[in-house]
Design a protein around this ligand. Structure first.
Ligand code: IDP
Length: 136
């Protein structure tokens, strides 16, 4: 079933010049781009996006990080897009969980600076796409 997922290249990925790499992997997988924008992140948007983590010990640090520079916000579309991008991204911790060959496994070292975000369910994807691309 064709679906949409919200992908973010986080500020570490943007500052390291990995936007093209991430887009290339999305396209090579067979997903298509439905929306793409390089933008600064207001705190309110970051709080909404990461609302499920409110109260966790890393919440404040995560908000500071995600608002520290530009992000590339992307909507990728295709068969099983949500699971497909999670597979491309790899596990949350770039060393302990992500395997080589994935974006996090190939380029990351630390759990906070794990380069990309991808929606984890159809409900999250719908909620997140509304936050980042209200007009879609
Ligand atoms: P996900 O991005 O793989 O779905 P989540 O558990 O939803 O992982 O966590 C959201 C983001 O919060 C992670 O991508 C990572 O940047 C950050 N994060 C998760 N766990 C930790 C932690 O223990 N310390 C610092 N940052 C964390």
């Amino acid at each position: 079933m064709s679906e949409r997922t919200l992908v973010l290249v986080k500020p570490d990925g943007v500052s390291r010049g990995l936007v093209g790499e991430v887009i290339s992997r999305i396209e090579r997988k067979g997903l298509t781009l439905a929306a793409l924008e390089l933008r600064s992140v207001e705190r309110a948007v970051a709080e909404q996006h990461y609302a499920e983590h409110d109260g966790k010990p890393f919440f404040e640090s995560l908000l500071e990080f995600i608002t520290s520079g530009k992000v590339a916000a992307i909507v990728a579309e295709g068969e099983n897009a949500i699971a497909a991008f999670r597979q491309l991204a790899g596990g949350t911790h770039p060393v302990e969980k992500a395997t080589p060959g994935t974006i996090r496994g190939d380029f990351g070292l630390e759990v906070q600076y794990n380069l990309v975000h991808g929606s984890d369910s159809p409900e999250s994807a719908e909620r997140e796409i509304k936050i980042w691309f209200p007009a879609l």
